[in-house]
Design a protein around this ligand. Sequence first.
Ligand SMILES: NC(=O)c1ccc[n+]([C@@H]2O[C@H](COP(=O)([O-])OP(=O)(O)OC[C@H]3O[C@@H](n4cnc5c(N)ncnc54)[C@H](O)[C@@H]3O)[C@@H](O)[C@H]2O)c1
Length: 256
Amino acid sequence: MADLLKGKIAIVTGAGSGMGRQISELFVKEGAKVMLADINPDGLKQTAAEIDAKGDATSTVITNVAKEADIVNMVKQTIDTYSKVDILVNNAGIVDNIKTVENMTDDVWDRVLAINLTGPFKAAREVIKYMLQQKDGGNIINMASVGGLFGSRGGVAYTATKHGIIGLTKNIAATYGIYHHIRSNAIAPGNIATNIQKTINDPDELGMKAMSAIGGMTAPGGKPEQIAQVALFLASDQSKFVNGAVITADGGWTAM
Ligand SMILES: NC(=O)c1ccc[n+]([C@@H]2O[C@H](COP(=O)([O-])OP(=O)(O)OC[C@H]3O[C@@H](n4cnc5c(N)ncnc54)[C@H](O)[C@@H]3O)[C@@H](O)[C@H]2O)c1
């Protein structure tokens, strides 16, 4: 075990699966205490059992990031348990079946925006209240996507939210970075093997065609552990001068 995050308190949303689980595991290995937040209680239990056998490095809170009351509760539980919050990883997210504008329903649009963009904004708003009072400020890491950099790495709702979360990231960095020591950075992963792929069903034909044109499903495949290493870099003091950045981790997909 190393000590890159010794004494740090982190919240990780979407901690019940995929990248959120791996990020939580690495943060614990590096000395952080982690509030594991997810809508799925079974996933949360599994993460806690896998990464914290002794039960002294993590806590869990069932959280739907689309519900403001859940976000407020998530942050309150963290403060009540650990007295501070140093790091927020806005990782929870869903996909939109690669739907084009003409086939996107209001229902899916609203749900994807609520989870992928409004939730991270509200979580940031909630932790920043505490971070502003902390001498060391704080650190926000937002999970974007290569879909936040290009137009054809997802459907319209997903793409819009991942572009949006990059704007959120940069606004927080620009507003709070210099005077309040709150850093905010984003990760833009490419194609990573997690459970999110299993939630894609009945994808839109035109959307898939657009994605195939740039390598689509044959893009280089990565592992959630590799994204966790990027999150660790951003969470630790090793990246102290990095603020408002978007780190692409896609095996070179967007270089093609
Ligand atoms: N896997 C990829 O290829 C890829 C690529 C780029 C970006 N991303 C992003 O990475 C993030 C993590 O995704 P993943 O690939 O690990 O997926 P995953 O499906 O394995 O994990 C996502 C987790 O988020 C949780 N979640 C979903 N809705 C929630 C809600 N309303 N409130 C709280 N938790 C909720 C799920 O229960 C799940 O545990 C997402 O933001 C996703 O958009 C994934």
